[in-house]
Design a binder for this molecule. Structure first.
Ligand code: PBG
Length: 325
């Protein structure tokens, strides 16, 4: 034993304080973005069956939610709207009194310092559930861009601090940047869903937002999970078009992509810890099969270790509590 040569890695793991001293990655409350689903109507606080702990909230219920969010120290929220009426163009997305616009005004009145990120997409508002306009069963790229730009401008007008386009049409960052600039919102940043895969992990979200496509799927606009170089091309064009943040979505099966994007570009990288990732952990935790707190902190830490600066997560409130303990 005496003259054997080997490294003693365990020296740096000998106690909790020693481990804290050499810990390389830290989760921080400022990393967290909390998604909220606002619905039209009154007195609605409806739990999403596939997402325990996450609700559809009408505007009158938003105050309670925001009080909690603010008390926990969370500084930014991502708003999704669920309208009562849908049409072919998704006009609820760009209506001046649309649900996200009204929710934005309300939150700004209550908590002006909270960062409001508006998800900019059409799928929650179209009767066919696709993220763009349709003709002959095809999702049209360029005509969708005008609607997205209009949506972004109306969200900025309502007071949104960041525009987050998620619809994966080509040129959406350029179109939205131009729209915002022309309307005088050159100071409003774009958090682009730059790399968004056609993923089964969005299933529970589509329950929450009622945005399941009524025909076909999203594979002509969202990316093939098998592709890595394509992710870099997507991110590159968004950077050229003026994105200020780059989202990678989903996260857990795409941590390699998070790292690639972090290494290639010098914008803040945002990991979207999506609905299915939330639901899988929740379901297992509710069955007592995994320890929720430990597994959530482990997965979120892995996202930061992979290179994300920020994390959009339905666990944000839980994590805020755990970090404060
Ligand atoms: C809308 C949108 C989706 C998500 C965020 N924005 C769903 C989709 O593309 O079908 C998914 C978020 C989640 O699963 O948590 N385009």
């Amino acid at each position: 034993m005496k003259d054997m040569q080997f490294k003693r890695h365990r020296r740096l793991r000998s106690s909790a304080n020693m481990r804290a001293l050499v810990r390389e990655t830290h989760l921080h409350i400022d990393d967290l973005i909390y998604p909220i689903f606002v619905v039209e109507g009154e007195n609605i606080k409806k739990e999403i069956s596939s997402m325990p702990g996450i609700y559809n909230l009408s505007l009158d219920q938003l105050k309670g939610e925001m009080d909690e969010v603010v008390a926990l120290g969370i500084k930014s929220v991502l708003l999704f709207g669920v309208p009562n009426e849908k049409d072919a163009e998704g006009s609820g997305a760009f209506h001046n009194h649309g649900i996200v616009q009204e929710a934005t005004r309300l939150i700004k009145k209550m908590y002006p310092e909270i960062i409001i990120i508006a998800d900019t997409c059409l799928c929650e508002y179209t009767d066919h559930g696709h993220c763009g306009v349709i003709a002959d069963g095809k999702i049209l790229n360029d005509p969708s861009l005008d609607l997205l730009a209009k949506t972004a401008v109306s969200q900025a007008e309502a007071g949104a601090d960041i525009i987050a386009p998620s619809n994966m049409m080509d040129g959406f960052v350029a179109a939205i940047r131009k729209g915002l600039d022309e309307a005088g919102y050159e100071d409003i940043p774009i958090m682009s869903y730059a790399v968004k895969y056609a993923s089964a992990f969005y299933g529970p979200f589509r329950d929450a937002a009622g945005s399941t496509p009524q025909f076909g799927d999203r594979k002509t606009y969202q990316m093939d999970p098998a592709n890595r170089l394509e992710a870099l091309r997507e991110a590159e064009s968004d950077v050229e078009e003026g994105a200020d943040f780059l989202i990678v979505k989903p996260t857990l099966s795409y941590l390699d992509i998070v790292r690639d994007v972090k290494n290639e570009f010098n914008l803040p990288v945002v990991a979207y810890n999506v609905s299915g990732e939330y639901s899988l952990i929740k379901a297992a935790a509710q069955n007592g099969w995994v320890d929720e707190k430990t597994i959530v902190l482990e997965t979120l830490t892995s996202m930061k270790r992979a290179g994300s600066d920020l994390i959009i997560t339905y666990f944000a409130k839980d994590v805020a509590k755990w970090l404060a303990e």
